[in-house]
Design a protein around this ligand. Structure first.
Ligand code: TMP
Ligand code: ASP
Length: 235
């Protein structure tokens, strides 16, 4: 597949056109930001971990009936994916209180939730990705009711599948963020990535952070933690 011009550069990835108009190539960088770009840095070989891990998890999800953008891993940092129009919602599933949920609702980080919960944020950097509800999403025309139903259904199913895979690697899935996209015919599929950048992973024995919170909170050891997650999940 011939790779053409860069179409877009995000904080952690670059997207390139290919000779097939329905396929794009994602390149995973080591760049990391936190707090809406207020903190900038790099995490050594993060791009490799996120690329390989996200691809492996998406292939497992496909086998369980979740449609994803994954097409083909080209090398350590580059992957072909289906071109989508991203639905401008960050879809967050939580199993255990942490991060902004703990702050907003005054629930101690680490408190298990009585049921998994779902949040939508409006993907808009200028507004700092504000929390919205599904009526806001409809009112703003971000998605249709049918799309929101499909997305919510997939997100809870993904949670069950991922929790199981991770626990086998002695990792607790605390919470995570998903993004979905529309194919040309309107079909909703899982897009973006599933990685330690977009999930909270805690060691199931020690509750040690194995994710980007190490970077966000200046705790250190993030590069090693990413390698550890890759080793546990991919061998
Ligand atoms: P939060 O507790 O800060 O709202 O984060 C919830 C989950 O979403 C957590 O697993 C990290 C992930 N996340 C992203 O993927 N991108 C972001 O920009 C933020 C703020 C969180
Ligand atoms: N999206 C955040 C930022 O732009 C990164 C994060 O907290 O994951 O800085």
């Amino acid at each position: 597949m011939k790779i053409l011009d860069q179409m877009y550069e995000g904080k952690a990835k670059q997207v390139f056109a290919t000779e097939d108009p329905s396929i794009v190539m994602v390149h995973y960088k080591d760049d990391a930001t936190a707090g809406d770009g207020a903190k900038k840095g790099t995490i050594r070989d993060k791009g490799i971990v996120n690329n390989k891990l996200s691809n492996a998890l998406m292939q497992k999800l496909e086998k369980e009936g979740i449609p994803t953008h994954y097409v083909e891993e080209l090398n350590d940092r580059d992957t072909l994916v289906k071109k989508v129009q991203i639905v401008p919602l960050e879809v967050i599933i939580r199993n255990v209180a942490a991060g902004s949920f703990s702050k907003r609702l005054g629930v101690k980080e680490g408190t298990p939730l009585k049921a998994p919960t779902l949040e939508f944020s409006y993907k808009n950097d200028d507004l700092h990705d504000p929390l919205i509800n599904h009526y806001h999403a409809l009112a703003l025309g971000l998605a249709t009711q049918e799309e929101i139903d499909t997305i919510s259904d997939y997100a809870f199913k993904i949670n069950e599948i991922l929790k199981k895979i991770l626990l086998e690697a002695n990792i607790r899935l605390i919470d995570f963020k998903l993004e979905f996209g529309r194919l040309a015919d309107g079909t909703i599929i899982l897009a973006d990535e599933i990685s330690p950048d977009t999930c909270r992973f805690w060691d199931a024995t020690t509750n040690a952070h194995l994710d980007k919170d190490l970077f966000r909170r200046d705790l250190g050891g993030e590069a090693d933690a990413y390698q550890e997650v890759m080793k546990r999940l991919l061998g």
